[in-house]
Every structure is written in structure tokens, then in C-alpha cells.
Ligand binder design. Structure first.
Ligand code: GLC
Length: 422
């Protein structure tokens, strides 16, 4: 009899959900060491607040991360409660009505980069996300090889990068490292390519859209910039063909870190990994702003990941506590010290310990303030898909830069016609 009673009671508790300890879920991805560190942040939060959190791990690629979030939100699922969103697609998620306004939970956006909050985190006058870290494209170079080949400074123009890269590539190959390449960047068909392309386009005076939002994709400046990207691979051969077949952030980072490249375009996270004790290039790496077609005219794409709470969360109050914790001075500082990330909070940039650990931080702060944003539109990913396909096709040499950008222009006009007035 007792057994039967126990069974009935357990079944009742199971079905009413009373036996379940409520747990927050946080959906996040990234490089393996980043996911590992999130586990640490979660453990500290649990100890402090007694609120349990489960990490829902995603892949490292931004598109795949977007898809898993969209699947959950489209289905009005209560999980994930909290997620990390790429700055490129916050507009899209917010305009679908999927994000909770954070102001109602006493979260204060004032300490964060104001321009970024206005540009990316505000929707319908409410702020719906906060930047956990800010990204901007940077040039990494081998400082030891720079000195070995008699250069005083990293390149200020793209042409200088080509000249230096070729000389060093040639020298290192002759010295026995046949895998050595001059310059690596993100050219695979994915969001990273759009970030890189925008940097070349903007440094030539171009962009994807003009101030009024009209597409200017096949402008002369953009065609010239894309031609240069193609030439890096096919004419100068300072970048290998693998750039357009497979190179994403981690691919580039690993190749450079193994000691096989002179220059690397990457985000700030690579600094922390290049400087680790087991890194073959530890102590041999420098960081500089990206070169421009003219000296001083380089451009850096604004990247970064922002934290937000789902409209469908069944634990919104606790989720807001987690957001507060992750965006607190203390955790923002820890993320910067441990992962080399650049905090969304501006006050962390003045912290002496943070600056001692990452002396590049004050320079980076300037890079972020001037970084070029991707268009913040509800249908941005549709535009990005078109650009990715056309630009990658041009990089492979199958079509000319002009044909690629003419076709992208036409397609983007159609997308804007279709979605623009919705
Ligand atoms: C980085 C940036 C993000 C960008 C992505 C592209 O994660 O922070 O904004 O979209 O790279 O791969």
C-alpha cells in the first residue's frame, strides 16, 4: 500500500512539475576555452545566488548559433531563458518580438558604450540587450619576424602588407617552412566574410548601404576593394586559396598560432589564446589597427555578443539577475582578464589590472568607438546571405568582382522591396 501511495505521489509531483527544481538555461557557444569559462561564471553565480543555471552549448559559427536560437523562439519555448546574440542579428530577433525589455528589471545601461546601446540594443525605445563584449577587426603580426626582416613597424597600408607579407613568406619558405603564408583572413562563405569585406569596402570609401538605407553594393569603391581581396589570393598569392574555401576565425587563429603565418585578421579574442603558455607564438605577436588603402584610413567592423532574455522565459526575474551578474564590473573584468575579451562596460577599460594584463586595451577602445556597423535591419541575414554567396564566388575566381557585386546589388534591392515596408 505504501509503495502504491509513493508511486501515485511521485507521479503527481512529476506531472505537476513540483518535483523539478527550476533551472535557468543559458544558450551560448564560441571557442572551446570560452565555453569552459562560461561554466565557471555559472558556477560562481550559482554559489552567490542559489539560482541554478544549465548551459545549452552551441557551436562556434554565428549562423548555426542563430539557427538554434530561432528554432527555440519560433516554437515559443521557455528555454533558453537567456542567450548571447551576435550584434549583427539583434535587430532581427528583437523585431520578431522575442526579447524582454531589460529596463523593467532595474538594469542600467549607462556604464556601457552608449553608441552601441543606441545602435544595437534599443528597440522601440526600450533596451533589450547589453553588450557582454565588443569586437572589432584587428591586424595581428609576428613581431619577431618583423624585426628579423628589418621592418620597424607593421603595415599602415594594404600595399605595404602585401610587400612585407610576400618578402617574409618567401624567406620563411626558403628557410624550410613550406606551409608558411603571408596573410590569413576570414573568406569562407559565412558571416565572418561579411565582416572582413566591410573592412576592405569601408577603407576604400565604400559600404553596403548609404545613409538613407539604399544599397550601394556595386559602387566603384566596393569593386576596387573586392578586386584587392581577390588579388591577395590569386595575383599576389600572399593569402592561400584555403582563405575562401574554409577559413573562419578559429581556422585562421590556429594556423597563425602554429607559427605558420605572418599576418592575421582576427577579433580581439585571439590575443588571449596566442599569449597562452602553450602557444608556439607566445611573446612573438603584436596587434595593430587594420591597414587602409591609404595610411590612417583603415576600417574595423563592429562585432560583439550581447546578452538578452527571451520573451518566452518562465523565469524572467532570475534571468535578469543573471544578466546583471554577467554585466557587472566584476564579471566584465574577469572576462577581459581570462578571455582577452573587450568589455561592453567602459569603466573596465580604466582598471589598472586589466590594462596591465592587456596593454592593447586603451588602443582597442578607440577601434571600437570608430568601428563600422553592419546594417541593423530586421532582414539583415537575408542581405548577408546574398553578399556571402556573391563575394565568396568572386574570391574563388569564378566571377569578376563587378559581376558579383552587380548581382548582389540587384538581389538586395529585391529583398528591400519585399521586406522593407513590412
Ligand atoms: C565575431 C563577432 C561577430 C561576428 C562574427 C562573424 O564573433 O563578434 O559580431 O558576426 O565574429 O563570424
Amino acid at each position: 500500500m505504501k509503495k502504491v501511495l509513493f508511486f501515485v505521489l511521485s507521479a503527481f509531483l512529476f506531472f505537476t512539475g513540483c518535483s523539478r527544481t527550476p533551472k535557468l538555461t543559458f544558450m551560448v557557444g564560441g571557442a572551446p576555452n570560452e565555453v569552459q569559462y562560461w561554466k565557471q561564471v555559472i558556477a560562481d553565480f550559482e554559489t552567490k545566488t542559489g539560482i541554478k543555471v544549465t548551459l545549452l552549448e552551441q557551436s562556434g559559427k554565428t549562423e548555426q548559433r542563430l539557427q538554434s536560437i530561432q528554432v527555440a523562439l519560433r516554437g515559443s519555448q521557455p528555454d533558453p531563458d537567456i542567450m548571447l546574440l551576435d550584434v549583427g542579428w539583434i535587430g532581427q530577433i528583437a523585431s520578431a518580438g522575442w526579447l524582454e525589455s531589460l529596463g523593467e528589471y532595474g538594469i542600467d545601461p549607462t556604464p556601457f558604450f552608449g553608441g552601441i546601446i543606441t545602435l544595437a540594443d534599443t528597440f522601440d525605445g526600450k533596451f533589450i540587450a547589453l553588450p557582454v563584449y565588443v569586437d572589432g577587426g584587428l591586424l595581428y603580426y609576428r613581431s619577431d619576424l618583423l624585426a628579423k626582416y628589418g621592418y620597424a613597424n607593421p603595415p599602415a597600408t594594404w600595399q605595404e602588407l602585401v610587400d612585407m607579407g610576400l618578402k617574409i613568406q618567401d624567406g620563411e619558405r626558403k628557410a624550410g617552412n613550406t606551409n608558411f603564408v603571408g596573410f590569413l583572413w576570414q573568406g569562407d562563405k559565412y558571416e565572418g566574410l561579411i565582416c572582413d569585406a566591410l573592412e576592405y569596402f569601408a577603407s576604400a570609401g565604400g559600404n553596403f548601404l548609404d545613409q538613407t538605407g539604399a544599397p550601394i553594393i556595386n559602387s566603384e569603391a566596393n569593386i576596387k576593394a573586392l578586386q584587392f581581396m581577390v588579388d591577395l589570393i590569386h595575383t599576389y598569392k600572399v593569402s592561400p586559396e584555403s582563405v575562401y574555401t574554409e577559413m573562419n576565425e578559429e581556422g585562421v587563429r590556429e594556423y597563425f598560432q602554429a607559427g605558420n603565418a605572418m599576418f592575421e585578421r582576427n577579433w580581439p579574442y585571439a590575443w588571449g589564446l596566442h599569449s597562452k603558455d602553450d602557444s608556439p607564438v607566445k611573446g612573438k605577436v603584436g596587434i595593430a589597427p587594420l591597414p587602409g588603402f591609404e595610411a590612417g584610413k583603415g576600417a574595423s567592423t563592429l562585432g560583439g555578443w550581447h546578452i538578452a532574455v527571451s520573451k518566452y522565459s518562465d523565469m524572467k526575474k532570475e534571468a535578469a539577475e543573471f544578466v546583471k551578474y554577467v554585466t557587472s564590473f566584476e564579471v566584465q573584468k574577469a572576462l577581459s582578464m581570462e578571455l582577452g575579451w573587450n568589455p561592453g562596460r567602459m569603466d573596465v577599460y580604466k582598471d589598472a589590472e586589466v590594462i596591465a594584463k592587456n596593454p592593447n586595451l586603451p588602443i582597442l577602445r578607440e577601434v571600437f568607438i570608430n568601428a563600422v556597423p553592419r546594417p541593423s535591419l530586421p532582414y539583415y541575414t537575408a542581405i548577408s546571405d546574398v553578399l556571402q554567396a556573391q563575394i565568396n564566388e568572386a574570391l574563388s575566381g569564378k566571377i569578376s568582382p563587378k559581376a558579383a557585386l552587380d548581382s548582389a546589388q540587384e538581389k538586395v534591392i529585391m529583398i528591400i522591396k519585399e521586406y522593407g515596408n513590412k
